[in-house]
Ligand binder design. Structure first.
Ligand code: GLU
Length: 420
């Protein structure tokens, strides 16, 4: 789905974003360099027994970007397009994401180059268990805690948790988050990314002069983040979901789609495409629809300088990581589009991951209501802090979110000092 993946390197984007903020708040020298260099990178090539009876070698990565504020945290994605630079960028974004919502974590990310859509469940289990074994020396509840990301889910996390626990000889629920409830998962984690995104949209709507009730919403990417955001905006805030898409294409109905029915159609056919009563749109067209709220919820680099001036939404809420490149940010800002940056808009997932980890460590579990209340508190106060920074400095929300996040990371680096 990325529009321009071949030409835009996400890690270059990630470093550019750091430089913009370092220029603004005067961070130079070694500390600036630290903010642009991943602390630890592990590349593993490992064999997996395929259903054909043959073994295939897969390549995977785990990058721990920065741990000044605490253990590293971040998802693992399975995708044919995974590269080391993409994982580096995603690990940097996790660092800023955890900092902007005030979690006591650094950032990490993992990825395996594979095509999970063309693998059987048992092949995926073998791949997951062997990958978990390969990265086991650098993960753990006090060191680095993986979670689901693109094309991984609670089952993937259960396999990783089990493999790690087998190595240790006892159960270690706190080694992953996003697990099934039966083995130490948290209530509310499954929908947390989309729920957090829906809260931030609600908070930003008055400023963007958008009425969510009856307002139109387009969602690119109908996976865990996008479908939950669509459902909650529809059910809890009365929004009209007019377009959604997945990797195979999109559907549009200006009168509104019932996202639950679209979900059922996707569960049955594997795609939103072909949903009755809607016209087809491409993923590119969907981004340019005249809507109140656009939610890019798929992959990175979809809003670029080629299409930014065609975006007509009043709010762009980034449920995906890295959907907008820096050159496009400026165009959106000049068009007075309110961008809710990824590190804030999709931070609900890692926030409830933090709750899950805290519950696992204490062995004491919370109700769904408690989880959602605390999530709402974190999202509302983090949005307010970012908005305040944007107004004080007269910058757009992404820069403001980065100022908040990077200042916190720099504070931690400076208070700890440099070893030795
Ligand atoms: N993969 C999610 C993200 O990009 C969640 C990470 C986590 O929960 O650690 O934010």
């Amino acid at each position: 789905m990325p529009a321009d993946k071949s030409t835009i390197n996400p890690f270059e984007t990630a470093k550019k974003q750091v430089d913009i903020v370092c220029d603004l708040i005067n961070i130079n020298g070694g500390v600036r360099e630290m903010l642009k260099a991943p602390k630890r990178e592990l590349t593993v090539n490992f064999p997996v027994l395929m259903d054909s009876g043959d073994h295939r070698i897969f390549t995977g990565y785990r990058v721990q970007y920065n741990m000044a504020r605490g253990p590293c945290k971040g998802g693992i994605r399975y995708h044919p397009g995974v590269t080391l630079d993409e994982v580096r960028a995603l690990s940097a974004w996790m660092t800023w994401k955890c900092a902007v919502v005030g979690l006591p974590y650094g950032g990490a990310k993992g990825g395996v180059i594979c095509d999970p859509k063309h693998m059987s469940r048992i092949e995926l289990e073998r791949l997951t268990r062997r990958f978990a074994f390969e990265i086991a020396p650098i993960i753990g509840p006090e060191m680095d805690i993986p979670a689901p990301d693109v094309y991984t889910d609670s089952q993937t996390m259960a396999w990783i948790m089990d493999t790690y626990s087998m190595i240790k000889g006892y159960s270690v629920p706190g080694v992953t988050t996003g697990k099934p409830i039966a083995i130490g998962g948290s209530e509310g984690r499954g929908e947390a990314t989309g729920r957090g995104c829906s809260y931030v949209i609600r908070e930003a709507a008055p400023f963007a002069k958008v009425k969510v009730k009856g307002g139109s919403v387009a969602v690119q990417g109908f996976g865990n983040a996008g479908s939950v955001a669509a459902n909650l905006l529809h059910d809890e805030q009365g929004a009209k979901i007019v377009a959604v898409s997945d990797s195979q294409g999109g559907i549009h109905n200006p009168a509104g789609l019932n996202p639950h029915e679209v979900e059922a159609h996707k569960a049955k056919t594997g795609t939103v495409v072909g949903f009755p009563g809607a016209r087809s749109v491409s993923n590119e067209e969907l981004l340019e629809l005249k809507v109140d709220v656009l939610i890019p919820a798929a992959l990175e680099n979809v809003i670029t300088k080629k299409n930014a001036d065609k975006i007509q939404a009043k709010i762009v809420a980034e449920a995906a990581n890295g959907p907008t490149v820096p050159e496009a940010d400026k165009i959106l800002y000049d068009k007075k589009i309110v961008v809710l940056p990824d590190i804030l808009a999709n931070a609900g997932g890692v926030t409830v991951s933090y709750f899950e980890w805290a519950q696992d460590i204490q062995g004491f579990f919370w109700t769904l209501q408690e989880v959602n209340q605390r999530l709402e508190q974190v999202m509302v106060s983090s949005y307010a802090a970012v908005r305040k920074e944007a107004e004080t400095r007269q910058v757009h929300n992404r820069t403001a979110a980065y100022v908040v996040a990077i200042s916190r990371v720099v504070d931690a680096i400076q208070r700890r000092g440099i070893y030795p």
